[in-house]
Design a protein around this ligand. Structure first.
Ligand code: DGJ
Length: 573
């Protein structure tokens, strides 16, 4: 049984006040990011907006005909936002000649279905590789050079160390953003842009092209050193410790400042278990103790490149932009087995220094360590947006946890072409979340809300406001047999609305309260109501008591869907 102690004030993280790049647009009528207490929220048409999203498969949005029958299913899945690709190869088939018919059609289809879009710019990189650049780029490697592995062989990856590569991508992206301003500047169908997709070098620890070899042998750029010096006390511990090990040098080559790179001649195996991670590596969260300089060097170069592309786009149309990370998995010890240089937590500071136009560093969060990764992605005030994850019971519980504990801007399972219509949990939970979204948004960043994840037979304990709360996985007794197979993970979300008052969202949970201010006091349930929120207004349903409040002192939530209850507590001796 895992017990987690959360103190209400602890969720008001001091770290959350520093380090984020989140910017407010110059034009507040456009979708933009805005602070509410310690949270950063997405504001759309003057109101905070919770993205209940899902991402299409990579090729879906390339055909409006393919999309047509999908829209009703997306609506039935109760999404409010669809994440869809816009590809460089389709918008600029010939150099300098742009075709936005597909983009316009996508916008029209989304609007006709009352859905928003987050557009994913598949430009120079997609999952570490370069496959979405137009043919005129692919076939002119002299002008648009590729990265190399250590053996000198070209990799199918555009190098970051080429002005021609960067300028060509930035020009196309700027043209897209200019077009979006023209066709969507009033409507705000498009909320945010993902710039590239899961960038980083895959197949070796770094780019070994001649330009890259020359750059890594040269000095660490002054802009990066200045950033590290200015943020020395708030750097991610992984990076700070590494820099400390090398004597906090403020000048020198990359290896002088950050330690040695991969030994010459060593080939990295693809997707390796070896060397296995030690517990210490896992505990500290620094899962890459192997040649971190290679990853840091690549992070700087990807950040500079993608940051320039984003800045060129923002100069045309200034809406929030993010990059997404292919995460390191537990058995991926070396950079290059996951994209080296992508926006992983160990190099977040490098990305902030190199790409100030990027507002959010986002995790594609499929790995089992969901809570740990949420914490690592938010520790420097980075707003949490999860553009790719899973649906089903595991995914929907995680979404509620991310919204309640980490003030997430949005959540989006991947592969909605298949999920819409087949994943009932997704549809049912998004339907429910859309009713409580205003409540969640009003409490983000205020220190009044938290959420927990509870696995089968587990309990989570924490404090919120004046009470200690215990949320236990509920195993239905014989007289209330469950009509569904029990989920393996559920979420509980808790909002303190007064000294003795809570709103609780849960599923398959029993929730106990005890006094946090005076342990001699016993706690009773004054009144408990279930109900629904309609247009932000509470509409009470049953008054709960008796068997519906186990042992006359707990809230109980049904096992087959999320629901909400309001409780007023009282204390007695
Ligand atoms: C992560 C990528 O970012 C997506 O585009 C997609 O390829 C998925 N992986 C597939 O699982």
């Amino acid at each position: 049984m895992k017990t987690q102690i959360l103190i209400c004030v602890a969720i008001v993280s001091l770290a959350g006040l520093c380090g984020s790049n989140a910017q407010t647009s110059n034009d507040p009528s456009l979708p933009h990011l805005s602070k509410q207490g310690t949270a950063t929220q997405l504001v759309v048409d003057g109101k905070p907006f919770l993205v209940l999203g899902a991402e299409l498969n990579n090729s879906s949005a390339s055909s409006l005909e393919y999309m047509k029958p999908l829209w009703p299913k997306l609506v039935a899945a109760h999404l409010n936002t669809v994440l869809a690709t816009v590809t460089w190869e389709l918008i600029e088939p010939q150099e300098g000649r742009f075709d936005f018919n597909g983009v316009d059609g996508l916008l029209q289809q989304a609007r006709a279905n009352n859905l928003h879009l987050v557009l994913l710019w598949f430009g120079s990189w997609k999952n570490g590789k370069s496959t979405y650049q137009p043919l005129w780029v692919k076939t002119d490697q002299k002008r648009f050079p590729l990265a190399c592995s250590e053996d000198g062989k070209s990799m199918p990856i555009l190098t970051t160390l080429s002005d021609a590569n960067r300028n060509a991508d930035a020009r196309a992206f700027a043209a897209l953003m200019r077009h979006l301003r023209e066709v969507d500047g009033q409507n705000h169908t498009v909320l945010m842009i993902q710039v590239e997709n899961e960038a980083g070098i895959l197949g070796d620890t770094r780019d070994y092209s001649p330009a890259a070899n020359m750059a890594i042998a040269g000095p660490v750029p002054k802009e990066l050193i200045d950033y590290l010096v200015a943020h020395k006390d708030t750097l991610a511990p992984e990076l700070r410790n590494l820099w400390a090990t090398n004597g906090f040098k403020t000048s020198g080559t990359w290896t002088e400042v950050f330690g040695p790179g991969k030994p010459a001649g060593m080939m990295i195996p693809v997707r390796t278990l070896s060397p296995p991670l030690t517990e210490a590596e896992h505990e500290t969260g620094w899962r890459n103790l192997h040649w971190p300089v290679d990853e840091i060097f690549m992070a700087w170069n990807y950040a500079r490149f993608i940051g320039s592309v984003a800045a060129a786009g923002k100069a045309e149309y200034d809406i929030p932009m993010y990059v997404n990370a292919w995460l390191q998995q537990r058995d991926h010890a070396w950079p290059g087995t996951y994209p080296s240089g992508g926006p992983l937590p160990q190099v977040h500071d490098i990305w902030r220094a190199g790409a100030p136009a990027i507002d959010i560093l986002a995790p594609d969060l499929y790995v089992p360590e969901f809570e740990e990764l949420c914490a690592r992605f938010t520790r420097s005030g980075n707003p949490l947006f999860i553009p790719e994850s899973r649906a089903g019971e595991w995914g929907m519980a995680n979404a509620i946890y991310a919204f309640g504990t980490h003030d997430a801007i949005g959540y989006s399972p991947f592969g909605v072409d298949r999920l819409a219509g087949s994943d009932l949990e997704l549809a049912r939970t998004y339907d429910f979340l859309s009713t409580v979204a205003p409540l969640i948004l009003a409490n983000q960043g205020q220190g009044t809300m938290t959420a927990v994840l509870v696995n089968t037979n587990a309990t989570q304990s924490f404090r919120l406001g004046n009470y200690n709360i215990e949320a236990k996985f509920w195993n239905p007794p014989f007289y209330l047999p469950a009509t569904n197979a029990l989920p393996e993970r559920v979420a509980g979300l808790f909002i303190s609305t007064g000294p003795d008052d809570y709103i609780v969202i849960g599923r398959n949970l029993v929730v106990y309260f005890s006094s946090a201010t005076d342990p001699a006091e016993s706690v009773g349930l004054g009144t408990v109501e279930e109900g629904v929120y309609q247009d932000g207004r509470w509409v009470p349903g049953r008054r709960l008591n008796g068997d519906e409040t186990p042992e006359w002192k707990a809230l109980r939530f049904p096992s087959d869907h999320y629901s909400v209850q309001q409780v007023k507590l009282y204390q007695y001796r």
